[in-house]
Design a protein around this ligand. Sequence first.
Ligand code: FES
Length: 69
Amino acid sequence: MKNRLVCICNVVSVKEIITTFNKGASCTSDIQKITRAGTTCGKCLVEIDGLVEEFLSRLPENPQQRINF
Ligand code: FES
């Protein structure tokens, strides 16, 4: 389901958003700047916020550890 589109307006998938986390994104604003997701109608922002929240909840205590998101 990682290829499922989150942002229809800008054709951004879950997979692309996960890729932004792996590149250092850590908030919705970062994702918007990198992918443009959520920058048109804004209907997808709730889901993007949810993905950010899930990502942040999975961060290891040791930042050197790899995150399997
Ligand atoms: S669905 Fe993401 S900006 Fe419209």
